[in-house]
Design a protein around this ligand. Structure first.
Ligand code: HAM
Length: 420
């Protein structure tokens, strides 16, 4: 019997894994340029953090968490998202007592027990960015810009930004009541009727055509915003205009997690079908208090790295910087193998991506390996070269060959593979 990865785990191996790294690096670079610092939060947390933070009535908490008792009898949950844990860490380490906002990012695997399908996994990868401790709408726009610029840096041209406001403690209850009134008058099944009482906004997210058709005239939050929330929302839109970031107002945009208020947004990719959300976030001004902290109005977003890889493939984009081999060493014989390891190590120390053949492969097999590696040059050392301390360099594209002293090879190759 052989083993397979558990269902729904998204795994990467070369060469596709290079795309995942490129995606993560593009987001990290965009965050770094905006002065966000790196955090490495816990992979598992006290279950109650997510119950209180993300919300008991959400699908994520009620149906999708990987929860277990550890050997000490504590209820532990593998993180289904980053925000609650990042905030917990910021509070625990006292970062909120320093300069505000605290601006941090992280990336790594998150876990949700969902029904696996294309673009939907049980273990998947998020990039996550949070700005904690300010209500300033400028930071709302900043987080959006960091995401937007990362998608652009990857060469994606079809990303759409959907923007909404969910109001606050003042205006949302008024809207919620109006929405409930409207929904109670519709022809819906029992489960959905129950949802009207617990989490009516989620009903707006229903994808079934018979439900969708009835929702056409549902009241929308943006018509109920109090003056402060309306001003905040207008400001964010002005700032996006300043930044040249196009968006679509999406008054029915509902996020799957309960902590949001005011600005919410999603990045969406039209070529991805049902799982088109490639990022999403918003304000969570009350979350800190919900988990026992001081008031700390905050905003952030997370992007699904797996879906961005799929979006890049759909747009026909390859990783811009291939991490591929540039020089491939072909030693023939025991003595040559020893010399070759020294040579490829010197190349690597000089910044060249170099690989070599291992074991006794013979000339034909070794040259085949060199061709397969995708390298531009092969370096050959046989008995003759070894005796004279020479190497033979072959351009694998044109077939041209040159001979030179081994001592000159590193500089010669470095110039040719890095200059472009
Ligand atoms: P989220 O919308 O639940 O937000 O997830 C963010 C992104 O993760 C989605 O847009 C999607 O790209 C990706 N994603 C979600 N579920 C899956 C899945 N099963 N398989 C593959 N990709 C998936 C959050 O997680 C919030 N913590 C974002 C945030 C940060 N809000 C404020 N700060």
């Amino acid at each position: 019997m052989s083993f397979q990865a558990p269902k729904g785990v998204s795994e990467y191996v070369p060469p596709r894994s290079a795309l995942l790294l490129a995606v993560r690096d593009a987001f990290a670079e965009s965050a770094r340029r905006a002065a966000y610092g790196y955090v490495e939060p816990a992979v598992f947390e006290d279950t109650q953090l997510f119950v209180r933070g993300v919300g008991e009535s959400t699908d994520v908490v009620s149906k999708e968490m990987y929860t277990f008792d550890d050997r000490g009898g504590r209820s532990i949950t593998l993180r289904p998202e980053f925000t609650a844990g990042v905030l917990r860490g910021v509070l625990e380490h006292g970062l909120h007592r320093g300069q505000l906002p605290v601006k941090v990012w992280t990336a790594g695997p998150v876990f949700r027990y969902e029904n696996p399908q294309s673009g939907r996994f049980r273990q998947f990868y998020q990039f996550d960015l949070e700005a904690l401790g300010t209500e300033d709408p400028v930071v709302d726009a900043e987080t959006i810009a960091v995401g937007w610029d990362a998608y652009a840096a990857l060469g994606l041209t079809q990303v759409r930004l959907l923007l909404n406001s969910l109001g606050d403690k003042e205006c949302r209850p008024v809207y919620r009541a109006a929405l409930q009134d409207f929904l109670r008058g519709l022809d819906l099944d029992d489960e959905t009727r129950q949802r009207i009482e617990i989490n009516p906004l989620r009903v707006l997210d229903d994808r079934r055509p018979e439900v969708k058709a009835q929702l056409e005239h549902a009241p929308v939050m943006t018509d109920y915003l109090c003056p402060a929330c309306a001003a905040h929302h207008d400001r964010v839109r002005e700032l996006l205009k300043d930044l040249g970031i196009p968006w679509t107002d999406a008054p029915r945009l509902v996020r799957g997690l309960d902590y949001y208020n005011r600005t919410t947004y999603e990045f969406d990719h039209p070529l991805l079908g049902a799982q088109s959300g490639i990022g999403g976030g918003g304000r969570y001004d009350g979350l800190s208090e919900d988990i026992g902290g001081p008031p700390l109005p905050s905003i952030g977003f997370a992007s699904g790295l797996d879906r961005i890889v799929l979006a890049m493939e759909a747009e026909g984009i390859a990783a811009r910087e291939s991490s591929g081999t540039q020089v491939f060493g072909v030693p023939l014989g025991e003595a040559a193998r020893r010399t070759m390891l020294t040579l490829v190590t010197s190349l690597r120390r000089a910044g060249v991506v170099a690989d070599m053949v291992f074991g006794d492969r013979g000339m034909k097999g070794a040259m085949k390996a060199a061709d397969r590696s995708g390298a531009k040059y092969a370096v050959l050392i046989g008995d003759r070269e070894e005796a004279r301390q020479y190497v033979l360099i072959k351009d694998l594209g044109t077939g041209e060959q040159v001979e030179m002293p081994g001592a000159d090879a590193v500089a010669w190759l470095k110039e040719r593979v890095t200059a472009r």
